[in-house]
Design a protein around this ligand. Structure first.
Ligand SMILES: [Zn+2]
Length: 175
């Protein structure tokens, strides 16, 4: 194999890999998916694909991985009930989504019944996700996480063990 042909082969393989890892997702979705915890990323991808392919909704991701600092800011601003390290978003193990289908827009302010009518909470349950629409005390229907498989106290302890106590040093999506 000559030099030019080798370069061309490597470039083609690289480009194919680039396309395949992104196939089926919008740039908007991929921007969030790539920052999720590698431990859970595949499951979120499957979940989104299943919503779009089986239920016919387009998925708009509105939140994914959130740093400890950002989480604390949301708590201080009264937007989230929990502070740094206390949300599955802080470990890249949660997403918030809106759903879109032919003029139907399902979002935070939508009723529990409207969400259930989409079939998405039921699909999520079948795939092992927790749904924020079921949370007691804080109705959060846009939220889906892997809280059935990971314990928030364990994740938090592990984060401080790995990165120390300075929130800005913590890479929660790699815990
Ligand atoms: Zn959320």
């Amino acid at each position: 194999m000559n030099y030019k042909k080798a370069i061309l082969t490597i470039a083609t393989l690289g480009f194919t890999y680039f396309i395949v890892t992104r196939v089926g997702f919008t740039a908007q979705q991929y921007a969030y998916l790539r920052k999720l915890n590698p431990k859970g990323r595949k499951r979120f991808k499957e979940f989104i694909k299943a919503i779009e392919d089986n239920l016919g909704y387009s998925v708009i991701i509105t939140s994914g991985y959130r740093t400890f600092e950002k989480q604390q800011q949301l708590k201080d601003d009264g937007i989230s009930p929990v502070g740094a390290g206390r949300s599955f978003h802080n470990y890249g193990l949660a997403i918030d989504i809106n759903l879109l289908k032919l003029g139907q827009y399902v979002k935070m302010g939508s009723s529990r019944q409207k969400w259930l009518n989409t079939g998405v909470p039921q699909l999520a349950e079948g795939l092992g996700f927790r749904w924020g629409g079921d949370f007691s005390g804080y109705y959060d229907p846009v939220h889906f996480d892997l809280g059935n498989d990971y314990n928030i106290n364990d994740l938090e302890a592990r984060a401080y063990e790995l990165y120390g106590n300075n929130p800005s040093d913590i890479k929660g999506n790699l815990v």
